[in-house]
Structures are given as C-alpha cells and as structure tokens.
Write a protein that binds this ligand. Structure first.
Ligand SMILES: [Zn+2]
Length: 291
C-alpha cells in the first residue's frame, strides 16, 4: 500500500493514464503539464494503484496533447509491463495499419488506444482499425467528443452499428460525447449538469452489447456520475460488470490533477456501493478486459 492511508477493498487498476505532456485546462494554470514514468509510478504508489493502462494517441491527432508516441511508450514500459500496460494506436490514416498494430503487439502492446481522431466513429478507417483489433484479440478504447472546440470519433448515434460489426471486440468507450448520453436529454453542452432524466444511449447500449465497456476517467466520466449521485449508485450497480475505473492522469482537474486528487476513487467510495461492486469496478473488470 502507499504511504498515505486510503481504505480500499482491493488494489485498483487505473485503466486510463498517459505519459508525456498535456495542455492545462485549469483556469489558473497556463501551459503544459509533463509526466514521466517516475511521476506515474509515484502516483501509483501514493494512491495504492497496483497497475495502470497507459495510452498513446495516433500521431498529431490532438493539438492539446503531446503524449509519448507508440514506439516510445513501448520502449519506456519494457521492463515494468507487470505494472504499466501499454496501449498503442496507429494513425487510422496511415498505410499498413494492420501490420503496424501487429508489430506493436509483438513488442508488448496489449490493446488499441486511445483511439482519438477527428473523424466519425463509423469512418471506414476507424472500422478498419477496430476490425484489426478484433482479429488480433485485443481490446480497444475509444474517445468520443462532439465539440465545442474539436470533435473526435463523433456520430455516437452510429455506435450501435459499429458494435454490431465487431461482436467479439471488447470496446471501451469514454469521453464527453459519450457520457452526456447517460441522460435522455443529452442537450448541447459537453458537460451537462443537473439530474439525469430518463435513460440515454449509454444505458441502452450497455444493456444490448455484452462486449461494450465504459471508463469513468477525466472530467466527462466524473461529471456523468457526480451530477446525480442517486442515479450514479443505481447505474454502477446495474452495470457493475461493465464499468472500469480510470482517471486520465496527468491531466489537470478542478481540484489538482486527476489520479492524485482522488476525485474518481473518492466518488466511488462515497456512493455506498457494496464491496463486491467496488472490487469489480476498481479492478476485476479491468483484469477481465486485459485477459
Ligand atoms: Zn480520452
């Protein structure tokens, strides 16, 4: 356990972290935040995290991120793969993506991620990447966002068709363009507030597709749960086998830095969930996806 007391029923796996530089969206901090492997390991140690998934991004996909490249990530993590699990994502626009992803796998990559690119979620190039992941038997993590600055893997209404195409692909979805659909009145805001009304696309797809998972990382996952705590408890109980704990370390939060600030873990611990549910969300579901 880490050096400060945090009472957890299990040692968590953080399914969504990055290494490298990310732009600050904190109103009182300008510029870029950089996290190296030692910083990540310190975060894990201090918060009792036993394992993390570290995601690269397709090259030049996000102007607010300079996370380490696929190749660099594989190199950095080579000696500590038992604790730091690399996910890689070639550019969907690249040539020979199948061969590239296969090579990453040979070098120790365990999943496709973070798939974040400025095209529709059902773009033929994204479908080709997901098909490759399915063929190779690895999970894929996708970032869905629809404005106001950029849109990534957008067109969430087509996600059902995408999932239908790849029944044996474990697909993890996150991002503001996904999580706002936890409510039936998803509206136009990226981070809607106020109580969840009815049921949105999130619940409908989670019920329909066994191979669909979600991660609660970053502001989007945190907001979807914290906007309506009563709903969050019921949601996590119903989908206790489909939800993955994640933070988006080293991105900044309103209270510091995701992961370090314990906002996601504290939210889960304070909802009054049973130990069995917590164990699944904090660790066991991630173990199943990574198997
Ligand atoms: Zn993301």
């Amino acid at each position: 356990m880490g050096n400060s007391v945090i009472d957890l029923p299990v040692q968590p796996i953080d399914f969504h972290t990055h290494l490298g530089e990310v732009r600050s969206f904190h109103p009182k901090i300008k510029g870029w935040i950089k996290a190296e492997l030692n910083d990540l390991l310190q975060y894990m140690n201090e918060t009792s995290i036993s394992k993390v998934v570290v995601h690269s991004l397709p090259p030049r996909s996000d102007p607010f991120s300079r996370v380490v490249s696929n190749t660099r990530l594989l190199r950095i993590t080579r000696k500590i793969r038992d604790k730091v699990v690399p996910f890689c994502c070639p550019s969907p626009k690249g040539k020979n993506i199948q061969a590239t992803l296969r090579r990453f796998l040979e070098e120790g990559c365990k999943g496709l991620g973070e798939l974040k690119t400025r095209s529709r979620v059902d773009d033929t190039r994204i479908l080709a990447l997901l098909k490759t992941a399915e063929d190779l038997g690895i999970p894929a993590l996708i970032h869905v966002e629809e404005g106001p600055i950029f849109s990534y893997c957008y067109g969430v209404e087509s996600l059902a068709e995408v999932l239908e195409k790849f029944p044996s692909l474990k697909l993890i979805v996150h991002g503001p363009g996904w999580w706002k659909h936890i409510s039936d009145d998803s509206g136009v805001e990226a981070y809607p507030s106020g109580p969840v009304r009815g049921e949105g696309l999130v619940q409908r797809l989670l019920r329909r597709f066994d191979n669909l998972y979600v991660d609660i990382s970053a502001a989007s996952g945190l907001n979807a749960l914290s906007r309506d705590l009563e709903h969050a408890r019921r949601f996590l109980e119903e989908f206790q086998d489909k939800v993955l704990y994640g933070t988006d370390f080293p991105c900044l939060s309103s209270s510091g830095q995701f992961g370090i600030d314990r906002s996601h873990i504290n939210l889960l611990l304070n909802l009054g969930l049973g130990t069995r549910v917590l164990r699944k969300i904090l660790r066991e579901n991630a173990e199943r996806v990574l198997r």
